[in-house]
Design a protein around this ligand. Structure first.
Ligand code: HEM
Length: 417
């Protein structure tokens, strides 16, 4: 590791000038457990690029705040790498790295081009807009079943009743996995991403891994036309995928396909529950829904990414060194006033909402068409079938911002009473 200076929170590398050090943490700022995006607004009060000893899960790193700067980083994987394996022991400033689940490295999210490209060329066609459009009837009927199950009650806890089971069911169908396992999948996902103890995390990892291994073996022996079979039997660079590659892909889809849509739905429905005039605007004019989705994804971007600096480089006046960790401030970038005038206001008629919710560059989210379609159907069916909803009086919603995906974890809604 390069030379460091001591600070109250930990070591700060010698190349970080004092005026660029800020003790900012995304998840411990006041109000983060209720509304992490608004709580992080002070991020724009200091330098556009700064170093925080406690930025991410209490760990140190550079934080980049602005959309234009983040886009540059996303689009330069040679300099800003997703793959920490290329560094020698001790070369990385921050050793803590979460690039996999147990023994499996997530593929292709923690690889760089050209390695990364060989996986994308195989999986891109599966998630094309045309292929995703074909899923529409199944997605809508799943949505209807879940909405109908709660409509008459006049209330529900939205995350448990809808936001979690909806994408899980769609994912199981896509992968060709049994719907009877929904409860297991929900529990494993919870354990993988939001465990409250080390035991819960390990148990979830083992259970998911064991199950996915049996799926891989089965689909190699008896392939069908589902996504599990396609991945299990895929060829990369003209040779069959190894067990580790397939498991890395399975796990990534499991994580990326489930929690993200759940989280996005949580923030979107919370906003509509808290701002009745926005909800009414969509009820009056459903043609605004696609634009509303982009606007809400902008204001409530959920995925936190990071990159490793591969060479000493000056970036907009700031000296980065090989091995530095960059915490991309993507989650809050939708509130960058340089890019989005009056960013705190939700405006469904805002034009050119070029947000980074699905990132940019080679790792741009492959599931964005599916995610948008799920969110659109959820909004259409809720707004058609359920009367105006609001947060249950006397209750406080809850959110988490300590992992790679920011989520609303508790959203009690009431309607028609
Ligand atoms: C609202 C929902 C979603 C959001 C906000 C989201 C966001 C993102 C972001 C920001 C990245 C890039 C991360 C990085 O560069 O480090 C990403 C990558 C990815 N996402 Fe999504 N995602 C969503 C839903 C989905 C769904 C539904 C799927 C699949 C079924 C999916 C599959 C993937 C995959 C496979 C990658 C890795 C792509 C690569 O490394 O080339 N995502 N997502």
């Amino acid at each position: 590791m390069a030379g460091t200076q001591a600070s109250a929170q930990g070591a700060i590398p010698n190349h970080v000038p004092p005026h660029l050090v800020r003790n900012f943490s995304f998840h411990t700022t006041a109000g983060a457990t209720e509304d992490p995006h608004r709580a992080a607004d002070p991020i724009f009060e200091g330098p556009d690029i700064f170093f925080s000893p406690i930025g991410w899960n209490g760990g140190p790193g550079w934080i980049v705040t602005r959309v234009d700067l983040l886009r540059e980083i996303y689009q330069d994987p040679q300099t800003y790498s997703s793959n920490s394996d290329q560094f020698a022991p001790g070369e990385l400033y921050a050793e803590a790295d979460s690039t996999g689940i147990g023994e499996w490295k997530l593929v292709p999210i923690f690889l760089d081009p050209p390695d990364h490209t060989k996986y994308r060329v195989v999986i891109n066609p599966i998630f094309s807009p045309t292929r995703i459009a074909q899923l529409e009837p199944g997605v809508r009927s799943t949505c209807l079943e879940l909405v109908d199950a709660v409509r008459a009650a006049g209330e529900c806890e939205f995350v448990e009743a809808f936001a979690r089971p909806f994408p899980v069911t769609i994912f199981l169908r896509l992968m060709g996995l049994p719907l009877e396992k929904t409860a297991d999948f929900v529990a494993w996902e919870e354990g993988l991403l939001h465990a409250t103890s080390e035991e819960q995390a390990i148990a979830a990892r083992l259970a998911t891994g064991e199950y996915l291994k049996t799926v891989m073996a089965d689909r190699r022996a008896n392939p069908t036309d589902d996504l599990s079979s396609l991945l299990a039997n895929a060829h990369f660079d003209g040779r069959p995928g190894t067990d580790d590659e397939v498991m890395g892909l399975y796990f990534l889809f499991f994580l990326a396909g489930l929690d993200t849509v759940t989280s996005a739905l949580g923030f979107i429905f919370r906003e509509l529950a808290q701002q009745p005039q926005l909800q009414q605007q969509l009820r009056d004019d459903p043609s605004l829904i696609p634009n509303a989705i982009e606007e809400l994804l902008r204001a409530y971007t959920i995925v936190a990414s990071h990159r490793w600096v591969t060479r000493d480089v000056e970036f907009h006046g700031v000296q980065f060194k090989r091995g530095d960790l960059i915490l991309l401030g993507t989650q809050t970038s939708g509130r960058d006033a340089h890019e989005f005038p009056d960013p705190q206001t939700i405006d469904f008629k805002r034009e050119n909402v070029r947000h980074l919710a699905f990132a940019s560059g080679p790792h741009r989210c492959i599931g964005s068409h599916l995610a948008r379609r799920e969110i659109k159907i959820a909004l259409e069916e809720w707004l058609t079938r359920v009367p105006p909803f609001r947060v249950k009086p006397g209750e406080v919603t809850r959110a988490v911002s300590d992992g790679a995906v920011w989520s609303v974890t508790y959203l009690p809604l009431v309607w028609g009473v």
